[in-house]
Design a protein around this ligand. Sequence first.
Ligand code: 3PG
Ligand code: MG
Length: 422
Amino acid sequence: MPATGKKTVEDIELQGSRVLMRVDFNVPTSVDSNGDVQISDDSRIQAALQTIEYLRDRGCRVMLCSHMGRPEGEVDPDLRLAPVRARLSELLGAEVVDARGPAGKVPMLVMEDMEPGDVGLLENLRFNKREEANDPGFARKLSTLGDVFVNDAFGTAHRAHASTVEIAEHMPAVAGLLMARELEMLGACLDSPNGPVVAVIGGAKVTDKIAVLTHLASKVDTVLVGGGMVAAFLAASGHMDANTDDLPEIEAARSLMKDSTARILIPTDVVTAAEFSESAEPTTTGATGISAGALVMDIGPETSATYANEIADAGTVIWNGPMGVFEWPAFAAGTTAVAQAIAVNEDCVSVVGGGSTAEAVGALGLRDRITHVSTGGGASLEFLEGKTLPGVAALLDDIELELESEPELDNELPEESEESDD
Ligand code: 3PG
Ligand code: MG
């Protein structure tokens, strides 16, 4: 995987190794009427299967670890990984062992009992506060569970935590196949794309997306603006009265349009509503005729057609953020039009990032028509901002792997007390 510049599982000899593998199993869940936690979208579990199978095929013992939610160092029964373990067992057709922990003695005892090809899963890493503290003692403890560390958690690569960054100080650390594919696909669309490159950017606020918009505007040919940001862009272009609360947003939009080398297209028509509600009456109006106080809920049909034409001519499309409130049928047309335009352009490389955009593509049944749907929300955004992801930076560079030598341990650390398993 030369594009990543990082060692991957394919670059090292893994036969028969004990592998500690970080995954991002932070999947959306809901609690059903029996009080049981149900996984509402298992995409992130599915996405890790390829690397897990790759390691099993090589006789590895695989100890998986992940976080779920933000329990902040406390045990939260609703954030246990048991439902994830059950789903993963189903998908693998093999029981995934409950390795408990994440600290304490049990994980090591479980690892010692595992046979080649077996898979175990630690309990939620964030039940231990030392995970998010990027704590060396906790990372060292985790490192005793493997000879090699494989990071396939692209979705968590923007976090500098014990299991994503510090761990790499204690054992050889390489990218999994999902991590490598994410970096390769997202990287290629910015650095060596088929032109023309079109970025479709939606989302609620310009200020949330300003860093992405600024970086993309220097890299791509055309930016298509949608979502809740539209009002700020229309106000910045003098099409709509500025709401004084939104002045920073409007200023951000104005300077982007002034400084960008890319063409920035903003809607010529929109769908508005008087209130933010699913049952609100949708009104389609030209961009210059929006009534005072109306909320922009979607791009309009003329804009959808313009954007679809741009996408039809694109060699690469990067899409992050829905065009409107797609969860509500009256305001879903813009997002649907963009998704369909990408789906019918069979020659283009398309990369979709961000949880709600992936959800929209999935809901439309168009996932298979997208070249790459990223498992990263925040991570894919930070990547598109041009930031270095700490979890990626920590991995071995393509040139410097010496598996023969012992990983360096920090002997200065005090012996930690054994924690009980929860
Ligand atoms: C995500 O879903 O974006 C990742 O799993 C990271 O989760 P976090 O935002 O709670 O760190
Ligand atoms: Mg390589």
